[in-house]
Design a protein around this ligand. Sequence first.
Ligand code: F6R
Length: 244
Amino acid sequence: VFAEDLDASKSVAAEIANLIRQRAADGEQCVLGLATGSTPIQVYRELIRLHREEQLSWQNVVTFNLDEYFPMQPCAAQSYVRFMNEQLFDHVDIRRENIHIPDGTVSSESVNDYCQRYENLIEAAGGIDLQLLGIGRTGHVGFNEPGSERASITRLVRLSEITRTDAAKDFGGLENAPRLAITMGVGTILRSRRIRLLAFGEHKAAIVERSVQGEISNSVPATYLHDHRDVTFLLDAAAASKLN
Ligand code: F6R
């Protein structure tokens, strides 16, 4: 628990930077799993600063984003491709071919094959070294909504009404908010070697409490993180306020 969200963000950015540098020193790639949404923005800001001011190179970094709305054009204002470019990738020296974000333009008929290929790409990269997560008010990680299974892999999912309501402001109303998304599965996330979940603000306090103190259950997918061997929840005081 950190006094301010900025402290938590800087802490996880420093961990990511150390990992990137360690891997580079060993002549190896660093595979990062990344999240979108409002929560990780300050992490990305700090990583950009480290690139600019402290020579943090992204040449050896490979990234896999958790999710994307479906369908979604990459150039659309709400796309996660656009978000990642604006918040991080356009400001660091990452190789474009090392960036992976689920493709919201694949056809409904080919989406299952596409999702399997996304899994294969993660495996071929050697698996994810560090996965950054936010958490939704439903307890979703990625877009694994309540009901998601522990062994689930990358797939097309239906978004819950709460998640659609939270997205509505970006889409000019609930009626325009997407109903579907492609997301890494719970199983995909749990295969990451390290998991760092960030949650900030009073509106996350209730779900943080259920995620941390509740039993493992598919009704709060974030509880699946309990039996991972290297997981940390980084919280600000407001998000931690219901923990005892
Ligand atoms: C985003 C993602 C989601 C968000 C979650 C919280 O890639 O996978 O699980 O992390 O919905 O969103 P914010 O950070 O906007 O509160």
